[in-house]
Design a protein around this ligand. Sequence first.
Ligand SMILES: [Zn+2]
Length: 252
Amino acid sequence: MLNFKQTNIVFTILVLCLYITLKTYLFIWLPLLLLLWITITTIGSFYMRWNFFIKAKHCNYNINKKTVAITFDDGPNIEFTPKVLALLKKHQAQATFFCIGKNIEKHPDLIKQIIAQNHTVGNHSYIHANNYGFLKTKELIKDITKTQKLLNNINQTKNTLFRPPFGVTNPNIAKAIKKLDLQTIGWSIRSYDTIAKDANKVIAKITTNLQSGDIILLHDTSALSVLILEQLLQWLEKENYTSISVDKLLNS
Ligand SMILES: [Zn+2]
């Protein structure tokens, strides 16, 4: 798949070629091309696996052990993060928590607990607002830096991992991440646990095509997610899979 820069080059060449050959039909092909460009860049914004704006890591299929990385977004959550931690401990699994800055501020002890259990924490923005994709580069840098400071004040190891809210990327987010020298982490298996109703269906969906090196996206924000995690950990144990943190999975 072409990235944003390559797509723009292709479209510029296409416009020039068509302008030279089809000058009189400009009013037909120009809007059509524009529509196609908008469609491609919109899909590129929402589908992080295209690496359209940012080269993110979504998996590590070079790993030669039966290993996956479970990740949790949107915490820490006073009610559910402790339950998630207890389950991970029970099953001797390691995971990665992409935390929202305003939640870290409210519950710094939960971050300490996550780190004490040898899990990894990552930056998931400070505000995690619905308009995140519309913020300017300057605002994004300020937002991400705020969470970096919170994490780095608690953790002795400097955080290098970032997961964009909603998995949305665009040129401004790309510039901010580049400026802050962070590694963007995506996922290869999305559970949709925040909108699901039935844990069994989610588990079936996760495990059907699961393979070593996958990064699984869950949330430590609901009772259903905790139930899904419990069943997933049991399944992984039965199938002899180990769950490790994202940084370890990517460096294996
Ligand atoms: Zn999120």
